[in-house]
Design a protein around this ligand. Structure first.
Ligand SMILES: NC(=O)C[C@H](N)C(=O)O
Length: 678
């Protein structure tokens, strides 16, 4: 196979980590700043030590996977790791993208706060409750000072968080951020998506809700947790909200699969596109006026899984970075002049968020005002009616509101102005859509950003109430516990029986189809193991995550591979699933399959995107084992795939040497034929 690309931070930082590696951030945007992206030597681990292959690829060039898509490379190979850790230590990998904001600011000579470059990671390394130096030393050996940071283990959580910080240059106060910066973040998440379990974006608070809303649309079919956070007081100060916000965001991003762009601030986890900055000086700076938080962090992390908005399509994660800048927010006020409205709506404006009074009302007695709006609608400008109130929605309750609907202005329901504006920009940035299709998208709930008037029928409490009453359960804790026990068991039974109707009914009764059992396994693990494609499709269409790892670190994809269910493997891959875990472990599995002569298993791994030339810890590849055991059909299959059929293991033996030792005449013939041809 092709050599694995490596990128380097500063040429002297070498990290001996077996599976953590990511491509460099995206090409810097031209946004008016001299924007370059630095990979900081002390915070990153971009350089991998590979057995014999070390190449510095162009970090900006997307890599091609085995299945031909332009993606980041799947699994890195590295067979030399002297720092093996006990296998029971579970880690989660989080990428931190540090864009600027108060969290990393200090007071400068003018006594004002400004971000300082290259200070955050150095400082974090010195905070024992943010970085566990002893663990890092054990894990990364001499490279620890250059390697990723490690959050000390958090009681009650499953995984230890290993995190890499990418610092943008220049660091920005968020008031200076533009749509180009959103695109840059989206691209960086996309490029490193397969290498991390979750993402944390450190951001200034002033425009944080705009970025969160924009990213929620731009990251399409998101399957992993993205959390944006920042602080009101710099993390360097003794009294700061930065540490809490940052560590909580890391813990959630690494331990919980919440396929949303979230904001964590002031002990609350919120849906990003529902947030607004509500205070410039309180530590609880953000709120989601129209919906409850997705979770709260007190003594425990409490996530309300029923609120999680899950993508319900079988599609891979992708990003749309094309945004239309010809959008604006027009907040009306009594006696607003016709000329102001006309100037605001003039071309090239294509999309407007009209912030009206109360529940969507405007001066309906102002003919000039309505005429200007109608003319813009007739020109094809999309106008969305949102309320100026900090909570509530627009509704055609009054005559003063209904006039807007009559001239073609669309209801924005309960969208925040930030969400409505960024959604407009995203929808207008889509190519190949008609005006009608764009208008339709604006009214559909794409990412949980709006509540339309047609509410779903809630049957859920019928069942819960009935069981609770018969068991005399009453407190919310008891009810929660009952649901947590009852639903996974019932869903699993339905999955086992392949009963899609029952699964649908359970969902209607309030069961979270993504819930996990005591082994942290989901219904999708079970369905993939059983090989029931209809159930797998149904679960995926209902938003069950392909990324949840069970207690043994197994994903639904690994379950499908264990059963050699090729159709399911393909569906999971189409849905964004990818191989996880140590590349050496995959090498071992490939060797074991080759020793058994299992072509079907090798094909399973191939479909899942594995490099079939991946060696085991002794440097042996599937080809070595197939040769040793005389599986000529496997040898032929592998020869079509691997680049170097003369790859040597740690004992300097090639596959041909193995065939000779095993006395496998057929294979000797095939492989020595190759030698002669060469
Ligand atoms: N608290 C903050 O982060 C405010 C800062 N001005 C920013 O938005 O970057």
């Amino acid at each position: 196979m092709s050599s694995n690309p490596t990128t380097t931070t500063n040429g002297n930082g070498e990290c001996n980590c077996d599976e953590i590696s990511a491509p460099a951030p995206s090409v810097p945007q031209t946004n008016g700043h001299a924007s370059t992206c630095t990979l900081r030597g002390d915070g990153l681990f971009m350089k991998m030590r590979l057995n014999s292959i070390t190449s510095i690829d162009n970090p900006d060039k997307p890599q091609a996977t085995t299945n031909g898509n332009l993606e980041t490379p799947p699994i890195k190979r590295n067979i030399s790791d002297g720092n093996l850790l006990p296998t029971d230590i579970k880690e989660a990998r989080v990428r931190v993208i540090y864009t600027g904001g108060t969290i990393g600011m200090v007071r400068n000579e003018n006594n004002v706060l400004a971000p300082i470059p290259n200070a955050l990671v150095k400082t974090l390394r010195r905070y024992p409750n943010i970085h566990d130096e002893a663990y890092a030393q054990k894990r990364f050996g001499s490279a620890a000072s250059m390697g990723p940071l490690v959050l000390p283990f958090v009681q009650g959580e499953k995984r230890r968080i290993v995190y890499q910080v990418t610092e943008y240059a220049p660091l920005l106060d968020s008031s200076n951020m533009t749509m180009n910066d959103w695109a840059r973040i989206a691209k960086d998440i996309h490029q490193s998506y397969e290498f991390f379990d979750g993402f944390v974006i450190l951001h200034g608070t002033d425009t944080l809700s705009y970025t969160a809303s924009a990213l929620s649309f731009m990251l399409e079919n998101l399957g992993k947790t993205v959390i944006i956070t920042g602080s009101q007081i710099p993390i360097f100060e003794t009294r700061t909200d930065g540490k809490d916000n940052f560590t909580s965001a890391l813990i959630i991003a690494g331990n919980y699969v919440l396929p949303e762009v979230c904001v964590f601030f002031g002990h609350k986890l919120m849906r990003g596109n529902r947030t607004v900055k509500v205070s410039s000086d309180r530590l609880e700076a953000f709120d989601t006026p129209n919906v409850s938080p997705l979770g709260t962090i007190g003594i425990n992390v409490e996530i309300d899984y029923r609120l999680i908005f899950r993508p319900c399509t079988v599609s891979r994660f992708s990003v749309q970075t094309n945004l239309d800048e010809n959008v604006g927010i027009l907040r009306i006020f009594p006696s607003i002049s016709r000329s102001s409205i006309r100037a605001f709506l003039a071309p090239p404006m294509k999309g407007i968020v009209l912030q009206s009074f109360g529940s969507g009302n405007v001066p309906s007695n102002r003919k000039d005002f309505l005429e200007e709006l109608k003319m813009a609608c007739d020109r094809g400008v999309i106008i969305i009616n949102c309320t100026q109130c900090s909570n509530g929605a627009v509704a055609a309750l009054y005559d003063t509101g209904k006039v807007l609907f009559d001239i073609g202005i669309l209801p924005g329901y309960d969208m925040t102005p930030e969400a409505a504006l960024t959604k407009l920009s995203y929808v207008l940035g889509k190519t190949g859509l008609t005006l009608e299709q764009r208008k339709e998208l604006m009214q559909i709930n794409l990412r949980g950003e709006l509540t339309s008037s047609v509410g779903a029928k809630m049957e859920e409490f019928d069942l819960v109430d009935a069981v609770a009453r018969s068991m005399h359960l009453s407190t919310p804790e008891e009810l929660g516990q009952m649901c947590a026990t009852l639903f996974p068991a019932m869903i699993n039974t339905a999955v086992q029986e392949g009963d899609i109707t029952k699964i649908t009914n359970l969902k209607a009764y309030g069961a979270d189809l993504s819930c996990v059992n005591h082994d942290h396994r989901t219904a999708l693990h079970l369905a993939c193991n059983q090989g029931n494609i209809a159930v797998v499709n149904h679960l995926l269409m209902n938003g069950v995550s392909v990324h949840i790892r069970d207690h043994y670190d197994r994903t639904p994809l690994l379950e499908a591979i264990s059963g050699d269910h090729h159709e399911i493997i393909q569906v999971l891959i189409n849905c964004g699933a990818h191989l996880t875990g140590s590349s050496r472990a995959i090498g071992e599995q490939l060797c074991a399959a080759a020793a058994r002569g299992s072509l079907v298993r090798l094909k399973s791994y191939q479909l899942a995107g594995a490099d079939l030339a991946q060696p085991d810890p002794s440097g042996r590849t599937a080809l070595h084992l197939a040769a040793l055991h005389g599986h000529a059909n496997l040898v032929r299959f592998l020869l079509d795939i691997v680049d170097n059929p003369r790859e040597k293991d740690m004992l300097e033996l090639t596959p041909l040497d193995y065939a000779r030792r095993g006395g496998q005449q057929d294979v000797i013939q095939i492989l020595s034929g190759l030698e002669q041809a060469a």
